[in-house]
Ligand binder design. Sequence first.
Ligand SMILES: [Zn+2]
Length: 213
Amino acid sequence: MKTCVKCAVKRTHTGFRKDSRIRGGYTGTCLPCHRAYRNASYLNNRDEILRKQKSDYDKNPLKYKLSAARYRLKNIAKVRAFHASYRKNNAEKLASWFRNNYILNRAKKLNDAVCWRKKNKSKVSGYSAARRAREINATPGWADMTEIASIYAKATAMSESSGIQHHVDHIWPLKGHGFSGLHVQCNLRILTASENLKKGNKRPEMENLHGNK
Ligand SMILES: [Zn+2]
């Protein structure tokens, strides 16, 4: 047993830091005292420490990136467990980050899209005329336009609440290979954008949305 010079608590040697320069091989302050000192000193000098770290990083970013990559490779299970627990403990924070990011990205995307459309007016009118023509040709008299509009509104609401872009998909695509689906309520469903892009113009039975054949 050894007594800490700071808090005077008696501990076994595992409660102290090893230091071969000191007689007995262990420091005089115990680990909890040492940690408290280190944390307080970090908090007192935080700005200075962060500035120094940033300037070291900026001098040679590759060195730090490589060392981080090596650490991840060596400790892959640990890193994964850390990320999983972080996601679990910060679910609300992450969800709000995704939502905010979605709103910001969406504003940026909309702005980019407006600029692109201004520069490419002829392409735009060609695309939208083709799409409208397909939808008109594919919309029979019994299509319920109110219900169709509500499906599109629901997709927008889902995008906004989850922060994940949702699209309205034609289960049987309007522009399929060798067939044309209809623009009617029962041929519509809501997918995430990534599921929708994976799907392309395939027939429903050829879909492989979840990666299983
Ligand atoms: Zn102590």
